[in-house]
Design a binder for this molecule. Structure first.
Ligand SMILES: [Zn+2]
Length: 445
C-alpha cells in the first residue's frame, strides 16, 4: 500500500535507490501540497494497528528492519495541521528504501477533524487558511466546535469512551504505552517554526529547526486554575517510563508551502539522531547553537502600558506606529488617523489614499508569531480616544492575539478589537525572552 502511495507521489520506487544522496534528491525536491497530503491521511485513516491486544484505527505500522518496540509519529492532532503527514511519508519512504531500522507507528491524531479539514479544503481551496480554523478540533453536525484533541480530561482513562474525543484519547494513550519514542508534529496560525518540547537535548542534534521554546508547559499552567481538569498529550505521555524520546514541533504556518518540508526534514534528523536511519539529515552545520525562546506566562491587553486616557467605549486594535502611506505594512488594510487632539478614527488605506480623514498615526497590524517587539513599542491603539498600548519590555510573542474578523469561532485566540471593559480578560500573547542557547548532545542531557 505504501509502495503504491510513494509511486503515485514520487513517480519512483524508493526500493531502487542507487545511493543515499538519491534519497534526498527524490524526497526533498517534491513539494507536497494539500492534495498529496490528503492521500497520505486517507491511506492511514483506512488502516489500523493492534497494540497491547487493542485495535487502534487511523494508524499504520511502517515496517522497520529490526525487532523492538516501535516509535510513533503523530500528525493532525489538530485536524487543520497537515504538515506532519510529510514526516510520516518520509518514514514510509525510508522503509521502502530499506533504510528504517525500527517500526514506526504513523498516527492521525484526530481523524474526524482531519477528514473534515481536507473536505473543506477541497471544496474551497483558494479560501484563506483561517476559514479552516474550526477543523483544528472539528465541527459537530450542529456546527459547534468539538473539544480540542490536545486538551484531554485528567480522568479520560476512567471515562466511558462514548464520544470521539474520549475514545481517541484512550487510543492514543494505548499507542504511547507501547512505543519507545514519539514525535508530535503541529503547525501554527502564524509563522511559528520551533521545537515546543523535548525530553533530552540529545534528541535535537542536527535539527533543521533552530528555535527552541523552553518553559512552555509551565507558562501555560501559570494561569490555569488550581483544579486543572485537562492535560495535553505531551503531559500525559511524558511520565510513561517506556518513552525514551519525546519531541513536539511547530512546522510553520498551517498551509505555508514549506511547512511539510520542515516537518519531513525535522523527522529525518530525529530518526537519524535516534539511530533509526543511516540517511543523513538535511541540516549539516550543527554547532549546538539554538535560539532560545523562554516562554513567560500570558499577558493581557491590560498588562501593556496604556496610561490613563482609555475611554469606556473605546475599541482596542492591534497596531504599530505608521505616519506615511509608503510605510504602511503590506499586511495592513486599515490605518488610524488623528482628527483632533482626542479623536481618532479608522480609515481604509484605499480611502486614505483618495482623501485622508486626518493625519496618519498608526496602521492596524496583526503581529505575527515570534515577531520581535521592542520595549515601549506601540502594539495597540484604542479608537476613538487614541490611547496607545506599548510593550512594557522587549519580547517575541507566541499564541499572539488574532483579528476577530478572521477568527470568529474560537475565543481562545484573544480576538481583537478588544472592548475597553475587557482588556484585562483578553490575551495579548505569551511573551518570550529570546537569548542564544547552547545545547550539548551527550546522551541523556
Ligand atoms: Zn497543533
Amino acid at each position: 500500500m505504501n509502495q503504491k502511495l510513494l509511486r503515485d507521489l514520487f513517480n519512483h520506487d524508493f526500493s531502487e535507490l542507487a545511493n543515499d544522496a538519491q534519497f534526498h534528491a527524490l524526497f526533498f525536491t517534491r513539494i507536497l501540497g494539500a492534495h498529496e497530503l490528503r492521500l497520505i491521511c486517507d491511506s492511514i485513516c483506512a488502516q489500523s494497528v493492534t497494540l497491547g491486544g487493542k485495535t487502534i484505527p487511523a494508524a499504520h505500522l511502517i515496517k522497520g528492519k529490526n525487532a523492538g518496540a516501535p516509535y510513533a509519529i503523530i500528525a493532525q492532532l489538530h485536524g487543520n495541521e497537515p504538515a506532519g503527514l510529510a514526516g510520516i511519508l518520509l518514514a514510509m519512504a525510508l522503509s521502502e528504501a530499506g533504510k528504517l531500522e525500527r517500526d514506526i507507528v504513523a498516527v492521525i491524531g484526530n481523524p474526524l477533524a482531519a477528514g473534515q479539514y481536507f473536505e473543506a479544503y477541497e471544496k474551497n481551496p483558494h479560501a484563506r487558511q483561517e476559514t479552516r480554523d474550526a477543523y483544528r478540533c472539528g465541527l459537530s453536525p450542529e456546527g459547534t466546535l468539538y473539544p480540542d484533541m490536545n486538551r484531554i480530561p485528567v480522568d479520560f482513562l476512567t471515562r466511558e469512551p462514548n464520544d470521539h474525543h474520549t475514545r481517541r484519547a484512550q487510543e492514543l494513550y494505548t499507542i504511547c504505552q507501547h512505543i519507545e519514542g514519539i514525535l508530535d508534529i503541529h503547525s501554527a496560525r502564524g509563522n511559528m517554526l520551533c521545537i515546543t518540547d523535548h525530553k533530552h537535548d540529545s534528541e535535537l542534534k542536527d535539527s533543521p529547526i533552530r528555535n527552541l521554546l523552553t518553559g512552555l508547559a509551565e507558562a501555560i499552567s501559570a494561569h490555569a486554575s488550581a483544579t486543572v481538569t485537562v492535560k495535553t498529550l505531551k503531559t500525559i505521555v511524558s511520565p510513561l517510563p517506556n518513552i525514551q524520546s519525546q519531541v513536539g514541533i511547530e512546522a510553520g504556518r498551517h498551509e505555508a508551502p514549506e511547512a511539510p518540508y520542515n516537518a519531513a526534514s525535522f523527522t529525518l534528523s530525529w530518526l537519524h539522531t535516534l539511530g533509526l536511519t543511516t540517511i543523513a539529515p538535511t541540516f549539516t552545520r550543527e554547532n549546538g547553537q539554538f535560539n532560545g525562546y523562554h516562554v513567560r506566562p500570558r499577558i493581557t491587553y491590560a498588562d501593556l502600558n496604556y496610561g490613563t486616557t482609555l475611554r469606556a467605549h473605546d475599541q482596542v486594535f492591534m497596531a504599530k506606529s505608521c505616519h506615511a502611506l509608503a510605510s504602511v505594512p503590506e499586511r495592513s488594510e486599515l490605518v488610524v488617523v488623528k482628527q483632533s487632539e482626542d479623536i481618532y478614527a479608522i480609515q481604509s488605506v484605499a480611502d486614505f489614499t483618495r482623501k485622508p480623514a486626518g493625519t496618519m498615526e498608526y496602521a492596524i497590524y496583526q503581529y505575527d508569531e515570534m515577531e520581535a517587539i521592542a520595549k515601549d513599542q506601540v502594539v495597540a491603539v484604542a479608537v476613538p480616544s487614541g490611547t496607545v498600548f506599548t510593550a512594557p519590555f522587549a519580547f517575541s510573542g507566541i499564541f499572539v492575539s488574532k483579528s476577530a474578523a478572521l477568527y470568529d469561532k474560537d475565543p481562545s485566540v484573544g480576538p481583537w478589537p478588544v472592548h475597553a471593559d475587557h482588556i484585562s480578560a483578553i490575551k495579548f500573547c505569551y511573551p518570550c525572552d529570546v537569548a542564544p542557547l547552547t545545547l550539548s548532545f551527550s546522551a541523556k542531557n
